[in-house]
Ligand binder design. Structure first.
Ligand SMILES: C[S@@+](CC[C@H](N)C(=O)[O-])C[C@H]1O[C@@H](n2cnc3c(N)ncnc32)[C@H](O)[C@@H]1O
Length: 218
């Protein structure tokens, strides 16, 4: 894997492996709610899941007939994701890729590119999400979901520089140039939901949701 050294001395892989090793499981094991809401009616094809973590979204997509490429920088997260996929009988439809999105470029285009909460202290979101948009084939769908700066999870270490590190759906569309005539904007939304943190604590969260269909190649 290509490794990108960051200013705090650790690579993204080291930082995220350390976070994953801190607990036997970090995420709920359930697919993200905005993914299931937005992708349930799409005809299955090829999907790219960027920052797939412990794999719940990739496994859900595979269970619905998608052929999935799931990318994450953390080998620890990917080992868990592979094990979960085997347990659920979905291993055959998912290719797990350990790469740093600061340097990796996919070699193909996809029918669906999803990035769910691909936030990082060491990588500007614009960089990885430009990659996401560029990987959507003509006729395909881009789905980006992130924490809205006004509704961050209280259990995260998110609050420093929140205005730079997080985005609204409108900011996303503007920064990534998701606009006509190249794109049709399907959803540009702010959604409130309740969720439980790693220790079972309840919180009200706000998601930024962008869904767009690519109408033409760039
Ligand atoms: C907040 S977690 C979200 C995981 C998953 N999408 C979910 O919603 O459960 C962000 C994920 O992005 C991954 N990630 C962060 N920076 C990355 C990078 N530079 N390259 C690849 N993956 C990265 C992390 O390892 C982590 O699994």
């Amino acid at each position: 894997m290509a490794e990108h050294q960051h200013s705090d001395g650790g690579t993204a892989a080291q930082l995220w492996d350390e976070k994953y090793r801190s607990r036997a499981r970090i995420w709920s094991g359930e697919p993200n709610p905005q993914l299931t809401a937005e992708a349930a009616d799409l005809p299955p094809g090829t999907a790219l899941d960027l920052g797939c973590g412990e794999g719940a979204d990739a496994i859900w997509l595979a269970s619905r007939g998608w052929t999935v490429t799931a990318v994450d920088v953390s080998a620890v997260a990917l080992e868990r994701a592979k094990a979960h996929a085997r347990e659920r009988g979905q291993a055959g439809s998912i290719t797990w890729v350990q790469q740093d999105l600061a340097t990796w470029v996919p070699g193909e285009l996809f029918d669906l590119v999803t990035a769910q909460f691909l936030h990082s202290t060491v990588m500007p979101w614009q960089q990885a999400l430009q990659l996401a948009a560029a990987a959507v084939r003509t006729g395909g769908v881009l789905l980006i979901v992130g924490h809205h700066p006004d509704g961050l999870p209280p259990w995260g270490q998110h609050h420093d520089h929140a205005a730079e590190r997080f985005y609204t759906a409108e900011q996303l569309a503007g920064e990534l140039g998701i606009a006509a005539p190249e794109w049709r904007l399907d959803v540009v939304d702010t959604r409130h939901r309740s969720a439980f943190g790693p220790d079972g604590e309840a919180a009200a969260l706000t998601d930024a949701v962008l869904r767009a269909t690519r109408l033409a190649a760039r």
